[in-house]
Design a protein around this ligand. Structure first.
Ligand SMILES: NC(=O)c1ccc[n+]([C@@H]2O[C@H](COP(=O)([O-])OP(=O)(O)OC[C@H]3O[C@@H](n4cnc5c(N)ncnc54)[C@H](OP(=O)(O)O)[C@@H]3O)[C@@H](O)[C@H]2O)c1
Length: 307
């Protein structure tokens, strides 16, 4: 159950900053948390929200932050090393839409062996599931910078048309066409170098079948709610591999996060990355925001305006 309540201000611990939150980014993990199914979720009641944009009480700087909990509050505390300056000219909503999507998409390319980029001819091919979502749209912006040939799935022609404007080359409407067949046809039977797989169930095996030799499936979610099915025998013939990715875990690795931020902030400063925001809801309408994401009706990021 979601409820807006008055609670005491949080206590600031060592290595933390007190924040005035302006906006929070809604993530699939927040849905899973509300349903009680996210690993490591503290016992309720708890303050939801994993990322935000806001003002540091200590120096008035506007920053983007990543937290495990408690981002959807007027005031929160966050670990200093997980705060990054909000780029000039960005709104609080854009700042709140950055950390989870862009770090996750960046690490997906890194795990796929495509960062640092190694220009190749023909370019590497990547299949991005839920390409019109939060992580998906971030992956398209980064893939364009890396020179990747991108294939993306969505349930809607309208969403695919909008992601093509961001640089997606091949849209696959899975309601109309089986994506495994589409990849087979679009790549002349060769397959792709990597698949970003966040659906679970049978999609994990299907994604492996979309790979070409030595390809990699990066598994990072199970939006269908189904346990991922993986027949490891499928990996033998192609020398293929499956890699896990969990930002919650990686966020504790300072060196890795710093190196990702160095690249992401450089691209951002050059104007190449900008979060795609589908809808902004006032905090009072958080239930509607959660419903939109749960029903898969979002385009890009769903953001909650806190103040
Ligand atoms: N491992 C990590 O560190 C990490 C970090 C961030 C996100 N994730 C995972 O990445 C996935 C995407 O997260 P996100 O926050 O960016 O969400 P999102 O992609 O913005 O929204 C989910 C999208 O998934 C598609 N979808 C397909 N099957 C669905 C289903 N059964 N229910 C709902 N949506 C479905 C829908 O798009 P179409 O209708 O166009 O198909 C929907 O818009 C989630 O599985 C999330 O858990 C993992």
């Amino acid at each position: 159950m979601l409820e807006i309540l008055d609670v005491p201000d949080p206590a600031v611990g060592p290595g933390q900053e007190l924040m005035r939150v302006e906006a929070g980014g809604l993530n699939f993990a927040d849905l899973m948390t509300a349903r009680g199914g996210y690993p490591g979720t503290p016992k309720p009641p708890l303050i939801a929200g994993r990322e935000f944009c806001g003002i540091k009480e200590s120096d008035g700087q506007r920053v983007m932050g990543y937290a495990q909990w408690a981002a959807f509050a007027e005031r929160t505390v966050a670990r200093t090393e997980l705060l990054w300056p909000a780029p000039n000219g960005w709104s609080a909503e854009e700042g709140a839409a950055f950390p989870v999507n862009y770090f996750t998409a960046y690490f997906a390319y890194w795990k796929a062996g495509l960062i640092p980029s190694n220009p190749s001819n023909p370019p590497p091919r990547v299949l991005i599931h839920a390409v019109a979502g939060g992580v998906g749209t971030a992956a398209v912006q980064i893939g364009k910078l890396l020179g990747v040939e991108m294939y993306g799935t969505s349930s809607s022609e309208e969403k695919l048309a909008r992601v093509k404007e961001l640089g997606l080359q091949h849209g696959i409407n899975y309601k109309q066409r089986d994506y495994e067949e589409a990849i087979h046809d679009l790549t002349q039977g060769e397959g792709v170098d990597a698949v970003f797989e966040m659906l679970g169930g049978e999609h994990t095996n299907k994604s492996v079948r979309c790979l070409r030799d030595f390809g990699r499936v990066i598994v990072y979610g199970s939006a269908t709610g189904e346990k991922p099915l993986l027949d490891t025998r499928l990996l033998y013939a192609k020398g293929a591999s499956v890699h896990g990715l969990w930002l919650t875990y990686l966020s504790a690795n300072r060196e890795l996060m710093s190196s990702a931020w160095r690249q992401l902030s450089a691209w951002t400063a050059q104007g190449h990355l900008r979060p795609v925001i589908g809808r902004v809801f006032p905090l009072e309408q958080a239930q509607e925001a959660y419903r939109l994401l749960a029903e898969g009706n979002n385009f890009g990021k769903v953001v909650l305006k806190i103040r």
